[in-house]
Design a protein around this ligand. Structure first.
Ligand code: PEP
Length: 253
């Protein structure tokens, strides 16, 4: 990946999803130690389940690895059993948060309008949002992928993001956890469409936020994917759970 002085450093974010008990923290320790010994150009983040967030942030303190949440509620506090607010994530040590992941859009009925309110809450708390978009296989096969993803970007990103640090993650739903990845041509076409949408929404400020690719990124496809035009990093699920796998992807950035 060629990085100009105007291009932000690529971001490689690990999404542990609902995986990880206490011993998983050893994997994060190993990632931090390896990057401490041999610094890399990319920014690296680990987004564990909420139960590990505070302990992970303590372990990563003083390292270059950032801690992120996987979701936040739009409200700061209140009667929302089981939810976590953006200030709570910050209080636990997070500096980033994944929002609008397709698993939340699907399993929790999250709309782009709701995601936009969560992005606003994250910004108000000082978190850097990673906003996920992506089409289903049926939508791609119907030729609707670009229109649908562009609409998700338009509707999930509030105007308040202008000039703020944020990332968009393009994750075709059919590539998540399946071992299938989009072709480089499809990735480049979608990332170009997302970039055009960001520029239409935010002008000059829309030209720099990294657009991550997510969906079965592994050590053996990371070089090709991360080298594609307009790919500014990766959101990594399964392959972020093991330090050696995650480090191999980080090394490709
Ligand atoms: C994800 O869920 O964000 C993801 C990209 O998962 P995986 O890498 O396992 O496909």
């Amino acid at each position: 990946m060629t990085i100009s002085s105007l291009t932000p450093r690529p971001l490689i974010a690990g999404n542990w999803k609902m995986n990880g008990l206490t011993e998983a923290l050893d994997q994060a320790r190993a990632v931090a130690a390896a990057l401490d010994a041999k610094p890399v150009g990319a920014r690296v983040a680990i987004c564990p389940p909420s139960t590990l967030l505070h302990r992970l942030a303590q372990i990563l303190e003083g390292s270059t690895v950032l801690t992120g949440g996987q979701d936040c509620h739009p409200q700061v506090c209140g009667p929302h059993t089981g939810d976590v607010s953006a200030p709570m994530l910050v209080d636990a040590g997070a500096t980033l948060v994944i929002l609008g992941h397709s698993e939340r859009r699907e399993a929790h009925g999250e709309t782009s309008a709701l995601v936009a309110t969560k992005v606003g809450a994250a910004l108000a708390a000082g978190l850097e949002p990673i906003v996920c978009v992506g089409e289903s296989l049926a939508q791609r096969e119907a030729g609707l992928a670009v229109a649908l993803v562009t609409a998700q970007v338009r509707d999930s990103l509030p105007a308040a993001l202008a000039g703020q640090a944020f990332a968009v993650a393009y994750e075709p739903i059919w590539a998540i956890g399946t071992g299938r990845t989009a072709t480089v041509a499809d990735i480049e076409a979608m990332h170009a469409a997302i970039r055009a949408q960001l520029a239409a929404m935010f002008g000059e400020a829309g030209k720099t936020p990294p657009i991550l690719y997510g969906g079965s990124v592994k050590a053996d496809n990371a070089v090709e994917i991360l080298g594609a035009a307009e790919v500014g990093g990766a959101l990594v699920g399964g392959a972020s759970l093991k330090a050696s796998d995650f480090l191999a992807i980080i090394a490709a950035a």
